[in-house]
Design a protein around this ligand. Sequence first.
Ligand code: FMN
Length: 380
Amino acid sequence: MRILLGITGGIAAYKAAGLIRGLSELGHEVTVVPTENALKFIGKPTLESLSGHSIETDMYQDVAQVRHVELGQQADLILIAPATASFIARFAAGIADDLMLNAILASKAPVIVCPAMHTEMWQNEATQANVATLEARGVKVMQPATGRLTGDDSGPGRLPETEDIIAFTLQDQALKGKRVIVTAGGTREPIDAVRFIGNSSSGRMGIELAKAARDAGASVHLIAANIDLPLPKGIEVTRVGSVDELELAMDRDCDVMIMAAAVSDFRVENPHLGKLKRSEGLNLELTPTKDLIANYAALHPKTIQIAFALAEETDERLIEIARGKLSDKSITAVVGNSFEALGNHETVVQFVTKDDAVELRGTKAQVSASIIDLVAGLNK
Ligand SMILES: Cc1cc2nc3c(=O)[nH]c(=O)nc-3n(C[C@H](O)[C@H](O)[C@H](O)COP(=O)(O)O)c2cc1C
């Protein structure tokens, strides 16, 4: 998920360093926008090295890019931690007098605010009224922790611990606490020690599905069959080659199994141990492989199982083919897609369940996010 992390000028600003690290380690892309005053409490080099990008506070830098609109539109979620009393007041009043507030107002993403200030400032009627205004608008405000404050005094107003802020931030995710397995790429069946029967699946769709499931809060295991693309962070990965290796890697329980890998329908009965010579000639005897998703569904009836059906067909026919697979394999849903999607960034798919068929269109990342939303709404 692309998280815009706003940092304001309170004593707890230094704790934002832990948030950048913690959220990045979970695989999220964190863009940091501090206020000018935040930089009095935490240095630009710290924020730049932890987030991996340069830090801007100036609205009028890179004007051609209209940075605040770009920042706001690119964010899936906005987190302000720590949030000062002054920021909360400006946000409640709709004042856009710096880069961060302009980006927030230019965004449709959900906003989470983590106030941190002295107890008297937190309990002040003005602050409480501003918090109530934000909550009434759908902003999620995390209650500050009680404990030691800047000086010797203590009370409510402390910024909560990093892991508590991360848990609060990610708590509403659609697949929170679910275990999702995604298979991706294409299997290879050996002919001899160096040759194989393979297919042209790049694994891109499976990677995007794994990222979308991760961003929806699931703990994701990606089984990658012969994928050359970079694999996402925050995801457990098992690399496999053949159908047998894939079956072995799939042999575990999960809540959702997404079979996006292109699995060979045939294997060579007796692969040659060395390298075959042209002069020897070649006669391949092929036998059908196991239907791995149907097999998994029979063994794990409580799991939501999603298969892919690749066909060179019209939309109507594709839905029919997908429905056929649905009942043949006794699975929950089938994503029907056409040959054209192979290796491309863009795709059009039909998400077919026994009662419904939904067309999804866009980049593989966009379509994957929509598939994961639909999967989160399925019951078993
Ligand atoms: C040492 C020091 C610590 C501060 N700590 C806080 C704080 O924890 N919370 C807060 O709301 N304001 C705090 N302030 C006041 C803010 O820095 C001030 O309201 C500032 O205008 C906030 O700017 P910003 O919201 O644009 O970042 C502190 C000021 C100083 C000098």
